[in-house]
Design a binder for this molecule. Structure first.
Ligand code: AMP
Length: 208
C-alpha cells in the first residue's frame, strides 16, 4: 500500500482537489476533518473530545487522530493506497503514518495567508454529496448541485473567529512537516492561488 498526502493551510483547497484527484486516480480520500465532523455529529466519545478543539481552531490531540487513521486504513477500499487530506498535521502524526504506509507524494497546495480568510469565510458545500463551493470563486449553479440533492451546508468553524487560530496551528505545528518531506524527496509545491482546473492539472502532473 502506498499513499499520497495533500498538504497545505486551511482553505487551500485540499478537499476540492482531493475530490477531483480521487476521480482520476481511484484512490479513496481520507479526510481527518470529515471523519471528525462525522464523529461530532454522531456524538461519539471521539466526537465529544474533538469538538472543543475544533471549535477553538486548535488541533485535536495526536493520539485521537492516529487511532482514527489506524482504524480507517483497515477498510477494504484502502488496500491499494489512499489519499490523505488534512493528515498528517504534526511530526508525531507523520511518524505514525510512516509506520503504516509508504508515502510516495506529498502535494503542497500553497496559498498566501492574506488570501485564506476570504477563501474560508465564503466556503460552503452540498450536504447531499459533499462537493465544495465558494460564494465568489466557485458558486453553485442556480439549480443547485449537479448531484440532485442540493442542500447548502456551512462549517461551524469556517468563520473569522477561528480562522486565525487555525492558520496559527498550521504555521506552528504543520508547516515544519514540509522540511521533513522535502528531505525525503517526495515534496511537490503547487501554486494554489489560481483557477481550480489549473491546480488540478499541476497536481496530476506531479503525480505522474
Ligand atoms: P479540516 O477539515 O482539515 O480543516 O479540519 C477541521 C478541524 O479538525 C481542524 O481545525 C482541527 O481541529 C481538526 N483536525 C482535522 N485533521 C486533523 C489532524 N490531522 N490533526 C489534528 N486535528 C485535526
Amino acid at each position: 500500500m502506498s499513499s499520497i498526502v495533500l498538504f497545505g493551510p486551511p482553505g487551500a483547497g485540499k478537499g476540492t482537489q482531493a475530490e477531483r484527484i480521487t476521480d482520476s486516480t481511484g484512490l479513496p480520500q481520507i479526510s481527518t476533518g470529515d471523519m471528525l465532523r462525522a464523529a461530532v455529529k454522531a456524538g461519539t466519545e471521539t466526537g465529544l473530545l474533538a469538538k472543543t478543539f475544533m471549535e477553538a481552531g486548535q488541533l485535536v490531540p495526536d493520539e485521537v487522530i492516529i487511532a482514527l487513521i489506524k482504524d480507517r486504513i483497515t477498510h477494504p477500499d484502502a488496500v491499494d493506497g489512499v489519499m490523505f487530506d488534512g493528515f498528517p498535521r504534526t511530526i508525531p502524526q507523520a511518524e505514525a503514518l510512516a509506520s503504516i504506509t509508504k508515502v510516495t507524494h506529498v502535494i503542497a497546495i500553497e496559498v498566501p495567508d492574506e488570501r485564506i480568510v476570504g477563501r474560508i469565510c465564503g466556503r460552503y458545500s452540498c450536504a447531499g454529496c459533499g462537493s465544495v463551493y465558494h460564494d465568489t470563486f466557485n458558486p453553485v449553479g442556480t439549480d443547485g448541485c449537479n448531484c440532485g440533492n442540493w442542500e447548502e451546508k456551512r462549517r461551524a468553524d469556517d468563520n473569522e473567529g477561528t480562522v486565525m487560530s487555525r492558520l496559527g496551528a498550521y504555521h506552528e505545528q504543520t508547516s515544519p512537516l514540509a522540511a521533513w518531506y522535502e528531505t525525503a524527496g517526495i515534496f511537490h509545491r503547487v501554486n494554489g492561488d489560481r483557477a481550480i482546473d489549473e491546480i488540478t492539472e499541476d497536481i496530476l502532473a506531479a503525480l505522474n
